[in-house]
Ligand binder design. Sequence first.
Ligand code: V47
Length: 372
Amino acid sequence: MQVVFDDSRLKPILEKVEAGIRLTYEDGIAMYRSPDILALGYMANRVRERLHGSVTYFNVNRHINPTDVCVASCRLCAFGKKAKDPKSYTMSLEQVWETAGIGWSEAVTEFHIVGGLHPELSLDWFCQMLRGLKERFPQVHLKAFTMVEVGYLAQRSKISIRETLERLKEAGVDSLPGGGAEIFCDRVRRVICDHKLTGQEWLDTARTAHELGLHSNCTMLYGHIENEEDRVDHLIKLRELQDETGGLVTFIPLAFHPDNTALSHIPKTTGFLDIKQIAISRLMLDNIPHIKAYWIMMTPSVAQIALRFGADDIDGTVVEEKIYHDAGATTSQSLRRGDLLRLIRKAGREPLERDTLYRPVTRTESTFTVLV
Ligand code: V47
């Protein structure tokens, strides 16, 4: 069958995609410059179906944010607060453990735990938190701490990143989420998150985690002051890391939400860019198994469409989301398992409940077992 694209400049890219040839930096730029999202979607869907057929993954998870106190003052963020801010909060260990049990806890297979860079909470405190969670919920996978939090804990404890990760792993961390990567380009980081670790440090921390046998996710924050070159550069750096370690499981493109941030003058991204970003991610990241359409960020309606534009995962039930809602997200804070099933089926896809490492989960009433 001959495929005809509106934008004939994408034809050489189609030939590479069909032949399984890696796309270049220039191909990435050409895709961002093309308005032909149907062509991009066609190609990304080919790759997605080659890898996963019609299967679309979701999980039953719960977000836990132990504190929003943060020493960094990232302009991109509406979540972090100073310790003296009366609106800030820090949970006690008991509160973390209690929160973990609220909302379909019997069915949850993953706790996604991230928070601010708190100047008082020690590595020991976090290790105690992890041990307490493992004691109370031994079957739940702990996907915890961005590379940024790991870096800060190492710095505060005056130990290496490697030792910090070893201690967190020993206390119960099973894998790491993908947050904090933002955009690796230093020029952009100086504006949006100048107090955070550098892009190179994010990559080095992820490399160390992978060397220790911890898988992680990865993200890219787009739709602020970055340009197309910055985005392609970011994707290629992730692809190179993955060539080295194979430790990245899922890529999640994150659209910037400007409300209540120091960058609130920046307009919100559009559905067009969100869909295009999913497709380009699938096409550029040929060695990362999964592309997630994070429904909290994209809205369930756009995330559903993304399932035909390269995404094979829609994230989970979430239960209680704070980072995007502080930044003006109008989506609900949680979806039920049944809602996710419906969204996926209505896109003509086949839902598959997974655990964090993409092993299928089967359920009987309110219990679950992981099929290895
Ligand atoms: O690290 C912060 C970003 C991330 C804003 O690994 C913002 O499975 C948009 O990383 N507008 C947290 N983005 C979310 C995240 C994530 C989400 C879902 C799944 C996984 C996973 C990871 O959100 C932060 C930062 O990069 N962020 N503020 C904002 N105003």
